[in-house]
Design a binder for this molecule. Structure first.
Ligand code: AMP
Ligand code: MN
Ligand code: MN
Ligand code: MN
Length: 272
């Protein structure tokens, strides 16, 4: 069985609508999929009638921070209709709006003209993410591609990396628990923390009610996987896996395309 418990649609910064995402998951032999859009569950209100045998687990990817690091927390198997999810989405949508204005101001100061208006016109409706700003930076010729735009303007510590608006980690975990979900630390390797720091983050995360971590996120080296397995076992966490699919054409993040979880860890789906 292939469980892909991390993916995005056009309701956040992915390119596919739910129906096309589900179609692609089936083509890639995924059995169980979670759509985990950033700070929204709108995809679950826009599903096709017929899932053609695919099992869906409702999820979300909340943005927050720990100390000075921006981190992402997955809520898996949440109730999308719960008051807690509704409160979480409402808060984070407001935060995203406020943040977008601030990112726009910061980028203007760095010489990116029309940053907010440009990102807003690239975005769909209320959802504006850093990739929209990055695309605007590219469109006005200030970066050659997404990587360069993030490296110089939107990535860690840059003008467009604004995180003070997000809900705190404790709040995010509480929203997930109150929605009967399991809080899972997303892609731990992406934060570039030392092993010691990562364990400190996980101690805090567990103290606040977090229960799992992504051991496999897209295509990663076997060394990275065994490192994450070790941390997962040591911290006594549930293990999750997912592609973090956003769009076709990114081979390292293709639906269903990643190493299986090794038998040493307890898969998070045993608790679904
Ligand atoms: P946001 O949710 O608005 O903070 O935007 C974060 C999103 O930007 C991530 O979920 C990725 O999809 C995307 N992203 C982050 N870093 C990069 C990068 N270096 N290149 C391309 N996309 C990135
Ligand atoms: Mn994203
Ligand atoms: Mn993420
Ligand atoms: Mn993601």
């Amino acid at each position: 069985m292939i469980f892909d418990l991390h993916s995005h649609t056009r309701f956040s910064d992915g390119s596919l609508l739910p129906a096309a995402l589900i179609q692609r998951a089936l083509e890639n032999r995924v059995d169980v999929l979670s759509i985990t859009d950033h700070d929204t569950v709108d995809a679950y209100r826009n599903l096709p009638q017929d899932l053609a045998g695919l099992e869906l687990v409702c999820g979300i990817e909340y943005s927050t921070q720990w100390k000075n690091t921006g981190i992402h927390v997955l809520g898996l198997n949440i109730d999308p209709e719960s008051d807690a999810t509704e409160a979480g989405v409402r808060f984070q949508t407001g935060a995203r709006m406020q943040r977008a204005l601030r990112i726009g101001e910061n980028l203007e100061k760095r010489g990116i003209e029309g940053a907010y208006a440009g990102a807003a016109s690239l975005a769909n409706g209320s959802y504006i993410g850093r990739p929209h700003f990055a695309q605007h930076v590219i469109n006005i010729g200030k970066a050659k591609d997404m990587n360069a735009a993030f490296k110089n303007y939107l990535g860690d510590g840059k003008a467009g990396d604004v995180r003070q608006h997000w809900a705190e980690l404790a709040q995010v975990i509480q929203w997930i628990r109150d929605a009967n979900g399991i809080a899972v630390l997303a892609h731990p390797l992406k934060y570039k923390l030392t092993r010691t720091k990562l364990k400190k983050l996980l101690v805090d995360f567990i103290g606040l009610g977090g229960e799992g971590m992504e051991v496999v996120s897209g295509q990663q080296t076997p060394q990275h996987t065994s490192g994450m397995v070790q941390v997962c076992v040591e911290m006594n966490l549930l293990a999750s896996c997912g592609s973090d699919f956003h769009r076709p054409g990114q081979r390292w993040a293709e639906l269903g395309s990643f190493a299986p979880l090794p038998p040493r860890v307890t898969p998070v789906w045993e608790r679904f």
